[in-house]
Design a protein around this ligand. Structure first.
Ligand code: GTP
Length: 598
């Protein structure tokens, strides 16, 4: 392939604006897959992704396209995730491209992630082709959306493509624009190899499969390569392309996108963002890497049954192979025993990992309420970071507690401005800016504590704006807040897994609500169970779970044995998600109760 017949691009869009559907159409149109082979949305490969209809892990695919100029082009499409939790993965795929299709829903217009993704693309100097999708919808208003793109992004829309990924309208036009507008990759073919690792996955037979974009030089089977971050060397055992399944071709040249395998057994030796070079003729300097991934949200994961501890450890290790952003380390809880403290990009990421652990690895887990990372300055002047509220030093030793803040951008129709402002205020937000877009829509900017966002902010935002608002946020830094640690005591023992760090003004209310909620969740035992909320040495709320009077089996007295067995069976089933803490059985929901409190 001549370099000038290669185009590398990605699709950026707000969630649900039709990115995956459009990708499918492009694949279909260029014959990368025959229609028969085509299952819906091939690029979203994980089952969970398909179920939830969101793209998490990006994938790549090569399309061959015979353009209007009579020449055949190699188009490499790199998929990007649409959810705010995964925006760092968007950045990774952008680094491997020269251009981006900006897909905007013709009925909805620009949303928060549209804007966020455009800024990312501009940071990478990408050529952006605006595509207004879903023009087949009755509510489509492409002219309004064009004006929004011009007003809000400041982009010329005279060459904007109108399309329907559903009907296929505009697809050929998009392909022509890709060829005409997106520059071919630069880079010297004779230079020594420089390839960017933009993703990877682990294959039990071939080891790590590195997804690479060749920036300079070429790579082929048998070549001795060096990973510039670690200095480790490997021999390339396979090189190929995505069609979209892996297809060996033996060699990848300047500008191309593909994969290599080199018997790399440890994912740490092939970090995403690293530069692959020729071990015999190494490049002088590596490519600029990605910013390091910082988990925003932490929670504890504990097996319900301690016997599953090793299985949980193995499962986390395996998931980590394909998800470098997952972070975990062993932790012990007085209440829950041995488990792991895990770090995630956001709540969705957390839920996905939990679900995969339970479904794919058949684990029975207790998950503690998520929290952010706090920075503590102790009275000795030492600064420490804690990712678990129960690690907060005693009140007397804490000088300052700082918590992470985000800059949040919320877009909504102007009628909902009041509702959104109210929500942000309730969540300790401070107003920063308000701008009007065309057609009565507004962009609001707020500074909010991250901890307030992780507690069901997004759901609240959606329900208070009837689904019309969209949200994007980025970390803006740490600030001091008046925070306290709220502990929960059950039967006189502090249940460390239920401790939260919370703003002083909300602590009493939250404490009361939490004990009430727990009273409803903890089943009756043969004895009375007091539930107390405490701050330091003060008890701020108390409830009691009364002792049981009746035995479930009492009803069966003299009854038949199958009925009795069924009841016992049922009881056992109910116990599955119970964790024995001291002599109290606590159900899984109790550990998440903090989450669902308003
Ligand atoms: P993420 O993968 O979550 O980022 O979403 P996405 O942007 O990939 O959206 P997806 O392709 O999954 O499409 C979202 C919904 O819009 C699906 O129900 C599609 O069937 C529908 N859709 C996509 N394109 C069109 C279109 O051109 N017209 C109509 N009417 N519906 C469309």
């Amino acid at each position: 392939w001549d370099q000038d017949r290669i185009r590398n691009f990605c699709i950026i869009a707000h969630i649900d604006h039709g990115k995956s559907t459009l990708a499918d159409r492009l694949l279909e149109y260029t014959g990368a897959l025959s229609e028969r082979e085509m299952t819906n949305q091939v690029l979203d490969q994980m089952d969970l992704e398909r179920e939830r209809g969101i793209t998490i892990k990006m994938q790549a695919v090569r399309l061959n396209y015979l353009a209007g100029d009579g020449r055949e082009y190699q188009l490499n499409l790199i998929d990007t995730p649409g959810h705010v939790d995964f925006s760092y993965e968007v950045s990774r795929s952008l680094a491997a491209c020269e251009g981006a299709l900006l897909v905007v829903d013709a009925a909805q217009g620009i949303e928060a992630q549209t804007l966020a993704n455009v800024y990312l693309a501009l940071d990478h100097n990408l050529e952006i082709i605006p595509v207004i999708n879903k023009i087949d919808l009755p509510g489509a208003d492409p002219e309004r959306v064009k004006r929004e793109i011009e007003d809000v992004i400041g982009m010329d829309t005279s060459e904007c493509v109108l399309a329907s990924a559903k009907s296929g309208e505009g697809v050929r036009n998009i392909l022509e624009k890709i060829v005409a507008k997106i520059p071919p990759p630069g880079g010297l073919s004779q230079a020594s190899l420089k390839a960017l690792v933009f993703d990877s996955h682990y294959d039990p037979y071939k080891g790590v499969i590195a997804y690479i974009r060749i920036i300079e030089g070429s790579v082929s089977k048998g070549m001795q390569i060096k990973m510039m971050a670690t200095g480790k060397e490997f021999e390339v055992s396979d090189a190929g392309i995505f069609r979209p399944t892996l297809l060996s071709v033996g060699e990848l040249r300047t500008g191309e996108v593909g994969f290599i395998a080199a018997g790399i057994k440890n994912v740490k030796d092939c970090q995403v963002g690293d530069t692959v070079t020729d071990a015999r003729r190494p490049a002088a300097v590596p490519l600029p890497g990605y910013r390091k991934v910082t988990p925003m949200v932490y929670c504890g994961l504990y097996p319900v049954d301690n016997i599953q501890y090793d299985d949980l450890k193995d499962a986390l290790e395996k998931l980590k192979l394909n998800d470098a952003s997952l972070i975990y380390e062993p932790e012990t809880s007085e209440a829950l025993g041995f488990g792991f403290r895990c770090g995630f990009l956001g709540l969705l990421h957390m839920e996905i990992i939990q679900e995969r652990l339970e479904r794919e690895y058949d684990l029975n887990l207790i998950t503690t309420a998520p929290n952010v990372v706090y920075q503590i300055t102790t009275t000795d002047g030492e600064v420490i970071e804690i990712d678990n509220p129960s690690k907060l030093p005693p009140a007397g030793k804490v000088e300052i507690i700082e918590e992470p803040f985000v800059k949040a951008i919320i877009m909504c129709p102007k009628d909902f401005v009041g509702a959104v402002m109210e929500l942000c205020q309730e969540r300790r937000g401070t107003f920063a800016d308000m701008e009007y877009m065309s057609a009565g829509r507004v962009i609001l900017t707020y500074n909010l504590p991250l901890s307030e966002i992780i507690f069901d902010f997004f759901d609240q935002l959606k329900s208070r704006t009837r689904g019309y608002a969209s949200l994007d946020y980025e970390l803006s830094g740490y600030k001091e807040s008046n925070l306290v640690k709220l502990d929960i005591m059950i039967a006189g023992e502090v249940l460390d897994a239920l401790s939260v760090i919370i703003h002083h003004d909300k602590a009493y209310y939250r404490g009361r609500q939490l004990v009430e909620k727990l009273r409803g969740l903890i089943p009756r035992h043969l004895f009375e169970i007091p539930i107390q909320a405490t701050i330091g040495n003060h008890i701020i709320a108390r409830e009691t779970v009364k002792a049981v009077r009746k035995n479930v089996l009492a009803k069966c007295y003299g009854g038949d044995i199958t009925r009795k067995r069924k009841l016992l069976e049922k009881q056992k089933e109910g116990k599955k998600r119970m964790k024995q803490v001291g002599n109290v059985e606590i159900p899984q929901e109790a550990f998440m109760a903090v989450l669902s409190i308003e």
